[in-house]
Design a binder for this molecule. Structure first.
Ligand code: HEM
Ligand code: HEM
Length: 183
């Protein structure tokens, strides 16, 4: 199947981008809500089970989404821009790509090496491992730190997209929405 004409992202790339963008932003908000706004107790436990189950599905889709990008490659910038902006944009894309995998994997390691099963909506269960406390705690630290890093880079990413659209008036945003390669 053809995708990425060299000028615009193809349908698969655009579909994958927006599904995962929604999933990651939603899961960041969900995780923060559970940790910071729900008191410790059974309700928090139940919400965390849902967070974990969705997270495993996000990892499955994320593997396909990241794999597709690595195989197809990134497009060159939609319009010429200063070198430093090009560097920031590329670093941001790589951080986001890594985060799509690091977030769910670190979450799963927190649970599994904490000795807890992951039940994915009753469809299947990933069994908890023999408890390795330091590894579970390390993974939990990574999960929390990576969440903050993701939030910072997503903000930068969205501000960049808006700047290209509103100030530079180039095709950066539309080639990820409608797939048109020019405005
Ligand atoms: C798919 C991407 C995921 C995102 C964006 C995400 C995001 C978050 C966030 C923002 C928190 C709150 C952290 C804090 O306030 O310290 C959190 C907590 C948590 N998440 Fe996730 N999560 C994801 C996937 C997963 C998965 C797959 C699992 C396990 C199967 C998981 C297990 C946990 C656990 C156990 C906590 C509570 C412990 C902690 O403080 O880290 N998460 N998650
Ligand atoms: C509402 C929020 C978002 C907007 C408006 C947005 C916009 C864009 C745009 C316009 C591009 C194309 C850049 C170019 O052509 O050079 C892009 C690419 C990209 N975005 Fe986003 N994005 C958003 C959220 C996210 C999130 C949450 C993630 C990560 C989880 C993400 C990851 C990426 C990556 C990795 C690329 C590089 C191309 C690809 O692999 O899809 N974006 N984004």
């Amino acid at each position: 199947m053809s995708d990425n004409s060299g000028l615009a992202y193809g349908f698969v790339s655009r579909f994958n981008h927006w599904i995962i963008a929604l999933a990651i932003i939603g899961m960041l908000a969900f995780g923060i809500y559970i940790e910071d706004f729900v008191p410790d107790g059974p309700q928090q436990g139940a919400l965390l089970q849902t967070h974990k189950a969705i997270g495993v599905l996000v990892l499955a889709y994320g593997l396909w989404r990241v794999g597709w990008r690595l195989i197809k490659g990134f497009l060159a910038p939609a319009a010429p821009m200063p070198y430093w902006q090009d560097v920031i944009s590329k670093v941001t894309h790589w951080v986001l790509i890594a985060g799509i995998l690091v977030m769910p994997i670190s979450g799963m390691m927190t649970s599994l090496f904490g000795g807890h099963d992951i039940n994915v909506f009753g469809l299947f269960t990933i069994p908890g491992q023999t408890k390795i406390e330091w590894l579970s705690e390390f993974a939990e630290e990574v999960h929390g730190a990576a969440a903050n890093i993701m939030i910072a880079f997503i903000v930068l990413h969205v501000l960049g997209a808006l700047k290209h659209h509103v100030i530079d008036r180039d095709a950066t945003l539309v080639r990820m929405t409608s797939g048109k390669s020019a405005r």
